[in-house]
Ligand binder design. Structure first.
Ligand code: DGJ
Length: 732
């Protein structure tokens, strides 16, 4: 490998010496290519992004034809745009050098590609400033079959004294198209993932978060970017991208004077200047993206395949169905009430009981959200026999036992706050500002990291049979100030970054000791989910809003980025809609319950028990199969989503009425299925039929896959049949 790097470096030197014509570095997946070119001054830019060519020598022709001749335009397509020097557009890198100079330039030193296995390879491109010794390595990890690229940068201070990173993007890409359309999101608690479509115009469009903890509450770092025209589910060119970082982010889309698009994605530089001592290296988070010329559906399936195989913890494994007590009891429970709920879990047929918030703290008991957070000892009044007793009782009742924690946070009314004020993120000389009556702990501080690790370690050590953790995080970061950074004389502007690094270091330790325990990532709903956190978590809580009508839309949008196996959908009493509708919607992911089982009437219980059996039969297809969005609820009176098993021998189609208006003409037409085998024969049966009602679907008809994908079928939605689940099985 070293030899290859050396050869390439020598060659680059030679090229420079004789002012050779530009050359290219193609980074290819099975379908696509990101082609970089090296210009006559040894600067690296993007020559091409899109469908790959069969003959990659032809990229040279393309690179030679690039004409960014206007004053200053030669840097627009830079693969990592330095600030100062001759750059006048949004930079990827901004450094305050040791001597006070603010300019940077980056030229190619060497590049190499390493094969990691049959499917994965990594190209590293080493750039150096010709004046200052600072080095930047750009890494592109290619997941060939899944068409996914994971990209990050590493900045190394090779100067004689400290430098300050003022901006340090993960990725800087360049796209050429007639127009660009951005599909992005906004939201808030219980209103996660509200989509918006924008045609990008001149100037910079920014998606960002400055919330610190719970960074995605108002906006997630996920988006789809269409080229030329707005891509649809099955047509059009689209890049689906996301930043793998559980903190502040900034993604800029800048149209340049050629009307081409510059993309810069990374940690939000807001209040986050980062100092590097000599020889220190900073690795930015990964920007992960996939590209498809066949619409958003294919792009999302690429991402799902990648995420299950390479990123989500146990992404190709199994998950537990569960009964959670949050909405059933809130803080009002004791040992007896809980053990009586275990029986409900068993009667229902779920795998596990999950004890939520409210089980801890004694001096300031956690009987509401105003006290106790931080004091992780069982509350003696509610649980005189401790968690151990509950675990045993659950096991006796025939279900596993899981528990809720929120270890990053503290209530000012707690013993932890009294003992360790220096562990709390707060401005010492300003009034405290609370979000849900609490404050984040300073995870930049290694003592706090030990404490957070200890909360989990202690629970597992005392209760080795604990089967599941729900990890919550309910506050944003106000008054971002670290007593620890003050003590060790590091700039306060490290806090947002070091907090997230501290969190990952705790999660790494937890996973080193407890590699397999399933953990749900929750943040007052979907206030924090990303592909770095999902290295440590098996699933995430989509939203506290479990109204199934809201969920159809929310889950639809989440599903572009995250596969069903990672999305926790619970059936709760948030909405008074019948249990069938609630169950059918929850089934499109990792299903769970948050109800009092013995309040269900006979039919509701019977329906739920059968639904869990149907789920057991279909869950492998839902979790590991391919997802197809058939009818978009944002544009139609219904929604329809389908999952197909890898062997194409089983599929399930979920259909919902989303518009209750009288005129339901569109429901009279068929819905075409997707992803089946045209030559296979299939039978269709309706499942989750409510006791006492009859299905209007003929179960005896045999269809070819071709028929179902060309003509389709009508699930017969109506005011009386507002949700219909169809199971499709191959007839052999
Ligand atoms: C917010 C979560 O989203 C809820 O599910 C629940 O766990 C509460 N926190 C508990 O405080």
């Amino acid at each position: 490998m070293k030899q290859l790097v050396l050869l390439v470096s020598i060659w680059i030197g030679f090229n420079q010496l004789f002012a050779q014509i530009p050359t290219t570095i193609p980074i290819e997946t099975s379908q696509n290519a990101l082609v970089l070119h090296i210009d006559k001054d040894n600067r690296v830019g993007v020559a091409y992004f899109g469908k790959k060519l069969r003959q990659n020598s032809e990229y040279e022709i393309l690179a030679k034809s690039l004409k960014y001749n206007d004053n200053n335009a030669g840097i627009y397509n830079s693969i990592y745009t330095p600030s100062g020097s001759w750059n006048l557009v949004e930079p990827a890198l901004e450094i305050l050098h040791a001597d006070g100079n603010t300019s940077s330039d980056l030229k190619l030193v060497s590049y190499s590609t390493q094969k990691i296995d049959e499917n994965v390879s990594q190209t590293n491109i080493l750039l150096r400033d010709p004046v200052y010794a600072t080095e930047v390595t750009l890494s592109f990890k290619v997941y060939f079959k899944e068409n996914v690229i994971e990209q990050w940068s590493s900045i190394k201070n090779q100067e004689k004294s400290g430098i300050l990173l003022k901006k340090y993007a993960s990725a800087n890409l360049y796209f050429v198209a007639k127009d660009f359309y951005l599909h992005h999101y906004h939201g808030s608690w219980a209103k996660e993932m509200k989509p918006e479509d924008t045609k990008l115009t001149a100037g910079i469009k920014t998606l960002d978060s400055k919330l610190g903890t719970r960074a995605n509450l108002y906006q997630p770092p996920t988006f789809m970017l269409s080229f030329d025209r707005q891509a649809t589910e099955d047509e059009g060119k689209v890049l689906l991208g996301t930043l793998a970082w559980s903190g502040n982010f900034k993604i800029d889309f800048e149209k340049d004077s050629y009307d081409n698009l510059r993309l810069l994605a990374g940690i939000n530089p807001h209040a986050s200047e980062y100092s590097l001592t000599p020889n220190e290296e900073f690795r930015t988070p990964s920007f992960i993206y996939t590209y498809s010329e066949n619409g958003q559906g294919e792009a999302s399936r690429n991402m799902h395949d990648w995420a299950r195989k390479y990123r989500i913890l146990d992404g190709e494994g199994n998950r537990l169905t569960l009964l959670n007590n949050w909405e059933a009891t809130y803080f009002d429970f004791d040992e007896n009430k809980l053990t009586s709920l275990f029986k409900g879990a068993k009667d229902l047929g779920v795998d596990m009981f999950l004890l939520d918030d409210g089980w801890f703290a004694n001096k300031y008991p956690r009987n509401g959200d105003t006290a106790g957070l931080g004091d992780w000892q069982e509350n003696k009044k509610k649980l005189p026999n401790g968690i151990g007793y509950l675990v045993k009782e659950a096991t006796k009742a025939g279900v596993k036992f899981g528990i809720w924690v929120e270890p990053e946070m503290v209530n000012p009314k707690s013993e932890l706050y009294e003992k360790h004020l220096d562990w709390v993120i707060r401005e010492p000389n300003r009034p405290e500002v609370y979000f849900r009556n609490q404050l984040p702990l300073d995870l930049a501080n290694p003592e706090v990291q030990d404490f957070v690790f200890g909360v989990l370690d202690d629970l597992f050590t005392k209760n080795p049979e604990l089967a599941f953790i729900k990890w919550d995080c309910n506050a944003v970061t106000y008054n971002a100030h670290s007593m620890y950074l003050e003590r060790i004389k590091k700039p306060q502007t490290h806090l947002y970054v070091d907090y997230v690094k501290g969190l990952y270091s705790v999660l790494k330790r937890i996973r080193a000791k407890y590699p397999k325990i399933p953990m749900m990532l929750c943040s007052g709903g979907g206030g924090r989910v990303d592909y770095e956190a999902l290295k440590y978590f098996t699933e995430f809580w989509v939203s506290d809003n479990t109204d199934p009508m809201e969920r159809i839309f929310m889950q639809w949008e989440y599903s572009y980025y995250y596969p069903a196996i990672a999305q926790c959908n619970h059936i709760t009493d948030w909405s008074k809609v019948g249990i069938k509708f609630r169950t059918d919607v929850a089934m499109m992911g990792k299903m769970g319950y948050d109800i009092v089982v013995n309040k269900l009437d006979e039919k509701e219980l019977l329906f739920s028990q059968n639904a869990l059996k149907n789920y057991a039969n279909l869950k492998q297809t839902i979790w590991h199969g391919d997802m197809y969005r058939l009818v978009n609820p944002f544009e139609n009176q219904m929604a329809s989503v389908q999952f197909v098993s890898n062997k194409k021998d089983q599929a399930v189609m979920f259909n919902y009425l989303v518009d209750n208006r009288y005129d339901l003409n569109s429901l009279l037409s068929n819905t075409k299925l997707k992803g089946l085998d045209a030559s296979k024969k299939y039978k269709i049966k309706e499942i989750n039929v409510y006791p006492g009602t009859k299905s209007s679907i003929n179960e005896e008809t045999i269809y070819s896959g071709e028929y179902l994908m060309t003509i389709g079928i009508n699930p017969n939605l109506s005011h009386r049949r507002t949700s219909v689940v169809l199971e499709i099985n191959e007839v052999k």
